[in-house]
Design a protein around this ligand. Structure first.
Ligand code: NAD
Ligand code: TDX
Length: 330
């Protein structure tokens, strides 16, 4: 098996690549992996086992056709993670979100079509559905994305569907809830709060903290993607959830306790513009059709993540310093 993974130097993509190379997916034991990643602020090769001979790392932009046309032939599948992924950044400036998420996904699929790639999984997100006050979305729920990030992901998701329908490509799409785990860039709420609290800094809780997110461990998300890659049907969408639903306030309370801080570290700040109140997916399709089950218990997973950030400063401190230097120049 030879798999091309876009965005494999990011949070979820790198976890997926490490899992593949550790032979955690029996049907893909011994797989060769090609990572295509632009190494934006969010990507780092320090999340990858760069000395592993089964890994080929290529720094390239998914918006450029030539590197993809050169690399893709001979691959059995593509798993597409690459994206601009942070909602707050898309509120500041959406241009890169449209470029990478929409144009980049289109370019990747077009190159995969031209080179005859047999199987593609596009990693989308539950945010494409918008916000839901009660109940849960099924795969048939309408797409009502609210942020430039989620709108660009919804566009990518629909382009993927169109390449299945128009060109009969074997493409499946996943829509997962919020992920947490090691190697997540410290701008997303969990690693930002953990790294700040560990250093005695304050944490910015948006609005009244009542927004609800469903937290799934990255290892479970990656196993769901693998289940879809192996058994998912062409043209089908698979919601992935089953994590822990918490308000941001409840999540913050747990992080404060796990980091040995107290509530005085929490700053109530202005709300995110257009802040989605609640996400919730119904994931019975992937459970019934593909037998997927999530394994990581939230309490344990969250405690492990706090421990990971405590023990791996050498991973996140340079990323944070690099980002602070960029911000200081702008
Ligand atoms: P991330 O920001 O940590 O990683 C994104 C990776 O893509 C980085 O390595 C970056 O360098 C790379 N990249 C960005 N633009 C690129 C380009 N033009 N060409 C090539 N590479 C490029 O993101 P993540 O949290 O790992 O998310 C991965 C995917 O999963 C995304 O598609 C995201 O929408 C989706 N998703 C994320 C979550 C979550 O909670 N993080 C939940 C559901 C779905
Ligand atoms: O400083 C903060 N304070 C705060 O209260 C940050 C960064 C976030 N928040 C809140 C906003 C959200 O309600 O925490 C919640 C989670 O925020 P993020 O970590 O930015 O994630 P979210 O906006 O929910 O999106 C994430 O899940 C779905 C990922 O970033 C997306 O890529 C994925 O598609």
């Amino acid at each position: 098996m030879k798999i091309l993974v876009t965005g494999g130097a990011g949070f979820i993509g790198s976890h997926y690549v490490r899992s593949l190379l550790a032979d955690e997916y029996p049907a893909y034991r011994g797989a060769q992996v090609t990572v295509v990643d632009k190494l934006t602020y969010a990507g780092t090769t320090t999340s990858l086992p760069m000395v592993e001979p089964r890994l080929q790392f290529v720094r390239a932009d998914i918006c450029d056709a030539q590197p993809l046309l050169d690399l893709l032939p001979g691959h059995d599948a593509v798993v597409h993670f690459a994206a601009e992924s942070h909602v707050d950044r898309s509120i500041g400036d959406a241009a890169e979100f449209v470029r990478t998420n929409v144009q980049g996904t289109h370019n990747l699929l077009e190159c995969a079509r031209l080179t005859g790639i047999p199987r593609v999984v596009v990693v989308s997100t539950d945010e494409v559905y918008g916000s839901i006050a009660t109940g849960s979305w099924t795969e048939e729920s309408p797409l009502e994305p609210n942020s430039p990030y989620s709108a660009s992901k919804a566009s990518a998701d629909l382009i993927a569907r169109s390449y299945w329908r128009t060109h009969t490509m074997d493409i499946s799409i996943t829509r997962c809830s919020n992920n947490y785990g090691p190697n997540q860039f410290p701008e997303k709420v969990i690693p930002l709060f953990v790294s700040n609290l560990m250093d005695g800094k304050s944490v910015p809780l948006y609005g009244d903290g009542s927004n609800v997110r469903e937290w799934l461990h990255v290892d479970d998300h990656c196993r769901a993607i693998q289940a879809v890659l192996e058994g998912g049907r062409a043209g089908e969408i698979y919601n992935v959830g089953g994590g822990e639903s918490l308000t941001n306030r409840e999540l913050t309370e747990r992080l404060v306790a796990l980091c040995g801080a107290d509530w005085s570290a929490v700053r109530h700040v202005e709300d995110r513009k257009g802040h989605d109140l609640r996400y919730s997916v119904n994931d019975s399709k992937i459970r019934e059709e593909l037998g997927f089950r999530n394994h990581v218990a939230f309490e344990q997973g969250l405690a492990d993540v706090v421990r990971w950030y405590r023990g791996n400063r050498s991973w996140w401190e340079p990323l944070r310093r690099r980002e602070e230097a960029v911000l200081a120049r702008t």
